[in-house]
Design a protein around this ligand. Structure first.
Ligand SMILES: [Zn+2]
Length: 127
């Protein structure tokens, strides 16, 4: 991350920590402090006339949580890379990721070219 100044570095670290806190809180709210397994069991134990609606709500809730869990993973991975000194380098090709991209997406682990290549290979797996 020689291409980043100390100030840029500090700013990105603060952004990542803020994002991690937001995701943590959001995930905790979705599950009311329960783990995913407990949450699923609780939903299954509820039955009634509005069960089909609950099913779709649960699917939405799970999909949202999956995305947030993935973002949480990427953000904590980025923070770890920040400490290791490999932050800001593309995970695939080692290219320096421009500060403008990192500012917009501090948890970005790849340069635009690699990210685009990855998305076209597996659109659903793109972070
Ligand atoms: Zn790359």
């Amino acid at each position: 991350m020689r291409h980043l100044t100390a100030g840029q570095h500090a700013l990105l670290e603060a952004e990542l920590q803020l994002r991690l806190r937001q995701l943590d809180r959001s995930l905790a709210e979705h599950h009311g402090g329960l783990s995913r397994a407990e949450h699923a069991r609780e939903v299954l134990q509820q039955d009634g006339d509005d069960a089909p609606q609950r099913d779709s709500e649960r699917e939405l809730d799970m999909a949202l949580s999956d995305r947030e869990t993935a973002e949480l993973g990427a953000a904590s991975q980025a923070l770890a890379r920040l400490r290791e000194g490999t932050y800001g380098l593309c995970a695939d090709c080692d290219a320096e990721i421009p500060f403008d991209r990192l500012k917009a997406e501090p948890w970005a682990l790849r340069c635009v070219a690699c990210e685009t290549a990855r998305e076209s290979r597996d659109p659903r797996g793109a972070a």
